[in-house]
Structure formats: C-alpha cells, structure tokens
Design a protein around this ligand. Structure first.
Ligand code: MG
Length: 369
C-alpha cells in the first residue's frame, strides 16, 4: 500500500467531570490523531497521551511534534505492506510511544480495510466480547466514593479499580472492602510510593486485592521485585513496561505477576501483541488499561483485548462516562460490564467535522507536494 498522504491532529475534548489521579487532575483531554490515506482508503489512529509529562515523559504536544518532524515524513510516499514493516520505519526513534501508536493504529485501520478482515481477527483474537471494569479516580469524600462504587456494581461492573495516593490509600480500600466483601477490587498508585512504604503495602494485603498496580517509580523494576517478595498481593506493572524488552526483564527478576498492556504506552498493537505472547508463555496474566482514549483509541484497545491472554477485565468505560463529546458519529458504549468488539473502526465512523472543531493544531503531508 502506498501511503499517498497523511494528516495529524492535536485535539482537545471536554470531559464530563474532572478526573483525578495521584499525579494530576484532568479536565480536558488533549490527544493526537493520525490519518493515513492511500489512493482509495483512509485510516485513523489515536495516540491517547496526556496534556502533561506526569505519567511518562512524552505528552500530547511533544507527541504531535515528533509525528510532524520525524515519524510521518518517513512514511508518506512509501509502499508499506504490513504493520511490522511500518514499525521498522520508526524503531530508531527513542520513546514517544503514543506518537508511534497514532500512526501504527491508523495503519492497522488501513490494513484491515485492505484485507477486509477485522483487526481483532488479524491479531488472533478469540472473542467478540470484552469484560469491562470501572476505574474510579480519587474521590476523597467516603460517602461519595461508596456511592460511585455502588452505582458501578449495580450496573454489572465485574471489578472496580480505585486510584490511591499517599494519605488516601488504606481508608478508601477498607471502606469499599467492608461494604463489598466479595467485589473484585484493585488499587492503582501511579508510581506514588517508594520502598519505605513496605508496611503500608503489607497492611493492604489483608483486603484481598486482585492486584496493586504500579506502586513504585514509573521507570523502576528492581524495587518492584523487592516489594513483591514482601507482599502477597500480586504487583501489576503499568508505567514501567514500555516495550517487550521491558516486560522480559521485569518477568525475569520477578517484578510483577500481572501486566497492564496499554497499546498507547508500548507503541501500538504490534508491540502489545509481542508483550501479550511473552506474558502468556510465562503465565503472566494481562489486561488492557486505558488512557482516557476517545472512541477511536477504544476501538483498537478492544481489538487487542480479544486475545486469550487478556484474562482480567479492561479499563474501558463508555465514551459518555468520561467525555462530554467525541469525534465519532456512533460513540463507543459498554453495557453491564460487557463491550461488543466492532469489526471495523468505520462502525464508529470518525466525524471529521467534529474532529476539526476540537482541533487545536494540525499538519498535512502529501507525497506529491
Ligand atoms: Mg495505571
């Protein structure tokens, strides 16, 4: 397939309400989108990064620049026949996994249209439905927190994830556990603790959590391996795993028992599949987290979550749960803790008028100019 033209967008969607984690509050979702076109097809992909460098170093504006200056110029005008070949064009670029994901998933959209085969099938997926859990940001009012969890449980949510931070960790977990003794529950610390907090994690052991997600530094695996030796709750790594090589090393030293594979964080579906396959052969369970993707990013996350190693519910609440608006005509939805996996991104139908309405910067590339 010859990529004849491309366009990239830096856009900002309004959220229904502010979402709070241990590292920041988010009230607008700033994200990037890539559009690749051949002579007769167009594909879209989202790199759902954040508006600041508090999760990993790259963020929306730097991702846009890397796409503009380095990634897209190497693709436009080239004949690229499969996603592996596409990934080779940017493998020398260090980091910027969200920028890579925008273009890599746009290529998967093109590729699946060309082959007339759904991405989930091309990836080797085994199911047409994905279990969806709830991710609840930090809510410091206990009654409001319990009410929010109750609503999620009443809607059929199969598991709940609570964001925690120093000073707001044992109390919310204890309160939710007392009210819901059997609810599959996990805590996500987003790198907010150190090994000095081992006693706190030992205390959390009594609440029978499914896992504790990324308790220590975003770029660490050594301390996580030590922490895992002191606690029975399985450690799940998120921020620390940016590639299949990171996963190999973390598994080798016992830094985790579970990995949250977000395609955006690892540079796309190709790398996510490699991590999935490695985890499966090492009996490491995986699941698909979210980066507040709009419906475009959600589509690709759903597609990879069909692989049989994805054994835990995904963080993929419906678009309306987070966004006041979206850039598609038919928004992603999830009912009763289950989401149907669409065959093609066109099932959601990207609405270019809406995309341009929410765009704050864009750039066009044409092989003929
Ligand atoms: Mg996380």
């Amino acid at each position: 397939m010859i990529i004849e033209s491309a366009e990239i967008f830096l856009f900002e969607l309004p959220l229904v309400k502010t979402y709070r984690t241990s590292f920041a509050e988010i009230s607008q979702k700033r994200s990037i989108l890539a559009k690749l076109s051949t002579s007769n097809l167009s594909g879209y992909g989202e790199g759902s990064t954040l508006p600041f460098p508090f999760y990993v170093p790259d963020y929306a504006d730097t991702s846009f620049l890397v796409l503009k200056d380095f990634i897209i110029p190497q693709i436009v005008g080239k004949d690229i026949n499969n996603p592996t070949q596409l990934c080779q064009t940017f493998e020398h670029i260090k980091g910027y996994s969200f920028a890579k994901t925008a273009v890599e998933t746009a290529f998967w959209d093109l590729y699946s249209q060309e082959l007339n085969t759904p991405i989930w099938q091309l990836l080797g997926g085994q199911k047409k439905q994905v279990e969806i859990g709830a991710a609840i940001g930090i809510i410091k009012d206990s009654n409001q927190l319990l009410e929010t969890v109750s609503l999620k449980v009443a809607k059929g949510c199969p598991r709940v994830k609570l964001k925690i931070e120093p000073g707001w960790d044992i109390e919310p977990i204890k309160k939710v556990r007392e009210k819901f003794p059997d609810l599959p529950l996990l805590a996500d610390a987003n790198s907010a603790y150190t090994l000095k907090d081992i006693d706190l994690f030992k205390t959390l052991d009594q609440f029978n959590l499914m896992m504790i997600e990324q308790p220590l530094a975003w770029d660490d695996i050594i301390d996580h391996a030590e922490l895992q030796q002191h606690i029975k709750t399985p450690i799940c790594l998120d921020e620390s795993i940016l590639s299949v090589e990171d996963a190999r090393k973390a598994i080798k030293i016992g830094a985790c028992q579970i990995i949250n594979i977000k395609p955006g964080r690892v540079g796309g579906l190709t790398e996510a599949k490699k991590i999935h396959d490695l985890c499966k052969s090492n009996n490491i369970g995986v699941w698909c987290g979210g980066m507040l993707e709009c419906s475009v990013g959600r589509f690709f996350n759903l597609s990879i979550a069909t692989l049989d190693g994805y054994i835990y519910p995904a963080d993929m609440s419906a678009s309306n749960d987070y966004f006041a608006d979206d850039i598609v005509s038919y928004k992603y939805n999830a009912q009763g803790g289950i989401a149907e996996v669409p065959d093609f991104l066109s099932d959601f139908e990207v609405d270019e008028d809406k995309l341009r309405h929410y765009t704050v910067a864009s750039h066009q590339f044409d092989s003929k100019s």
